[in-house]
Design a protein around this ligand. Structure first.
Ligand code: GLO
Ligand code: MG
Length: 344
């Protein structure tokens, strides 16, 4: 019996529609209202930034942070939801302008480390072990501004320090090759998991793979996932889609390349990802043109497309696949895949 998929998204996936060339086009949806949407749309877990869980946490004393995180946990309980992970949002603070752990200013590096620890405390209060490191500004605009060898050591030290700070915390690194930086450190899951192996407890360091990020690195998302799955290190995914090499689009899963989406589902099925009880996260954004009352459809649609592709995988004529492979007739196999996806 294959496991049951459970889905998650972050509050940032219900957003105001601003882009670098224009202001918000939809009113902010209050957090409580967002929470109310999760179950309605078929989702069981919330992905948090630390300051989604505790807004303005930099202004608060540790006891206040703990109290607010506790209140958030009660809100989740009230909705029948769980927290999947908490991620330190280092990239929006002025101290994170040159990166956090790899900033050239030691005071900024200390701040980043401290902020990561606060994030772990919040994760603890929300009853999840998992934190996610999207290393947004850990990189450079120009190569000469940092020593990349030192940067990888700094990242390693930061992860080691957090593993020692909390004996249960898990860190999933979310690689991305660029944006907002010209070039980011840890651009692929290979980099992330190599770094993980060097930490003081590699069993607690894994990865989160986002479709669009793999595509931006010129790689196949399903093969990136396969690499992490082969090591037991795929601890979450950010499924979405991307139309070519441009800014990170966060399109609806499967909307740009349905066959590539099918192959991501296929690899998750082959590894019984659902059985690992990790969540299927959807890091998708509504189009800017979408009216306020309908700016949640991208989430329900992404989930529905995922489940339809699961059905496609499970109903694929497996004997025919085996025969094509035995005959080395991959042209025939490809046609069968296309026919199957077209519903023939
Ligand atoms: C941006 C990332 C971002 C992260 C989120 C969790 O490109 O995909 O959405 O996934 O901040 O850390
Ligand atoms: Mg993401």
């Amino acid at each position: 019996m294959p496991g049951q998929y459970r889905f998650s998204f972050g509050p940032w996936n219900l957003h105001e529609g601003a882009d670098p060339f224009g202001p918000p086009v939809r009113p902010t949806v209050a957090f409580a209202e967002k929470l109310g949407l999760y179950k309605r749309l078929g989702f069981d877990a919330v992905q948090f930034h630390d300051d989604d869980a505790v807004p303005e946490l930099e202004e608060l004393a540790p006891e206040e942070v703990a109290a607010k995180a506790g209140a958030m946990k009660s809100m989740l309980d009230g909705e029948g939801l769980v927290a999947e992970f908490v991620a330190p949002r280092l990239w929006e603070d002025p101290r994170g302008i040159d990166g956090g752990f790899t900033a050239n200013d030691p005071a900024c590096r200390r701040w980043a480390m401290d902020r990561f620890k606060r994030c772990v405390d919040i994760a603890h209060a929300l009853d999840t072990r998992l934190t996610v490191l999207w290393l947004a500004r850990e990189g450079t605009y120009i190569r000469e501004s940092k020593n990349a060898i030192d940067a990888y050591e700094q990242l390693l030290e930061a992860i080691n320090e957090i593993l020692e700070y909390d004996r249960h915390v898990e860190v999933a690194i979310e690689p991305k090759p660029n944006e907002p930086m010209d070039l980011a450190y840890v651009p692929t899951i290979g980099h992330a998991l190599a770094l993980a192996e060097r930490t003081v407890d590699s069993s607690r360091v894994g990865g989160l793979i986002e479709t669009a990020h793999a595509l931006l690195a010129g790689l196949d998302p399903s093969d990136e996932m396969a690499f992490a799955l082969s090591m037991g290190k795929l601890w979450s995914v950010h499924l979405n889609d991307q139309n070519g090499l441009k800014f990170d689009q966060d399109k609806t899963f499967g909307a740009a390349n349905l066959r590539a989406a099918y192959n991501q589902v296929r690899v998750l099925e082959l590894a019984d990802y659902a059985g690992t009880e990790r969540f299927v996260g959807l890091d998708v954004k509504a189009m800017r043109t979408q009216p306020a009352g309908a700016a949640h459809k991208h989430l329900a649609n992404s989930r529905a497309i995922f489940l339809k592709l699961v059905d496609k995988f499970r109903s694929f004529p497996i004997d025919f696949e085996r025969q094509c492979i035995a005959d080395h007739d991959y042209e025939e196999l490809e046609m069968a895949v296309i026919r199957h996806l077209l519903g023939e």
